[in-house]
Design a protein around this ligand. Structure first.
Ligand code: HPA
Length: 279
């Protein structure tokens, strides 16, 4: 088991020193969705390259910055770019944004990602609230990483994702007239996209969308007793649903087209969260 407090002591100390305030809500911005961070009033931006022991961001569309921002009075911690297993990083490195959010005091985390649509009712450009995750392929590594904490938690994934958050997210979407679909997110470690046979298996097992992040972050956040929610931007049809070849450029270009709607939804969610937290 890895003691994250010990391993990332310098990282925590650095951010404790740099932070302009304690954030309440963390948001991880997925592939092509990072521009949201630029649309807010930022109190402090830090390049992750300047943070001790923070893995370098290598993927296009993940710019490698964290921002302390405020929107409608709610102090936020935004990760513009995430860390993936397919970049060659270890699981504990991929979990770092979640861990740091927790250490800096965030009680709630909103995960966003780009995903391929498996369910035929999902089209590129759709937004999908994640109702659950399939993270079976990473459970063993999670246990190795978390040790006892994950064993204590294993029967405890009841309010996961958070029902309060999902209610807020649905209300925000409906208030903004944004169509928000729902479905189960399947995790693929990558780096390659899925084969059509794998997508068939995921579909038969109840998967609606597939991506290379999020499920392990969600599980870890829950282990840390954080309130978790997650939204996918469907950027493409999953392999074999159409004959189109998948590429990361298509993923970021669709995410870019959805940018305005996505930003509107996130801002409304933050406003709703602020009201719900106060009342
Ligand atoms: N598969 C896996 N990850 C993805 C996809 C996909 O089709 N689209 C965006 N991220």
């Amino acid at each position: 088991m890895i003691d994250m407090n010990f391993k990332y002591k310098r990282t925590i100390e650095f951010l404790e020193e740099q932070k302009p305030f304690y954030p309440q809500v963390a948001i991880i911005l997925g592939s092509g969705l990072g521009d949201f961070a630029e649309s807010l009033n930022t109190a402090k931006s830090i390049s992750t390259a300047a943070i001790p022991d923070y893995p370098a961001s290598t993927v296009v569309g993940h710019s490698g910055k964290i921002h302390f921002s405020i929107y409608e009075g709610l102090p936020l911690l935004l990760f513009q770019g995430r860390i993936h297993l397919y970049e060659g990083y270890k699981l504990n490195q991929c979990m770092l944004p979640v861990f740091l959010s927790h250490e800096l005091g965030c009680k709630t985390i909103l995960l966003t990602n780009a995903a391929g649509g498996i369910n035929p009712s999902l089209m590129p450009g759709d937004l999908m609230l994640n109702t659950s995750f399939n993270s079976l392929f990473i459970k063993k590594e999670m246990t190795e990483l978390l040790g006892l904490a994950s064993i204590e938690k294993r029967n405890n994934l009841i309010d996961f994702p958070s029902q309060r958050m999902n209610r807020i997210i649905h209300k925000a979407a409906s208030d903004e007239n944004i169509i928000l679909k729902e479905g189960v997110y399947w995790y693929n470690k990558g780096p390659s996209y899925e084969t059509p046979a794998e997508i068939k298996m995921m579909s038969a097992s109840g998967g609606d969308a597939v991506g290379m992040s999020t499920a392990h972050e969600a599980l870890f956040a829950s282990t840390l007793n954080m309130e978790v929610a997650s939204i996918s931007c469907i950027t493409n049809y999953a392999a074999g649903i159409t004959l189109e070849k998948l590429s990361h450029e298509d993923v970021t270009s669709t995410a870019n087209k959805v940018k305005a709607t996505f930003e509107k939804l996130l801002k409304r969610i933050i406003s709703e969260l602020q009201v719900d937290t106060i009342s």
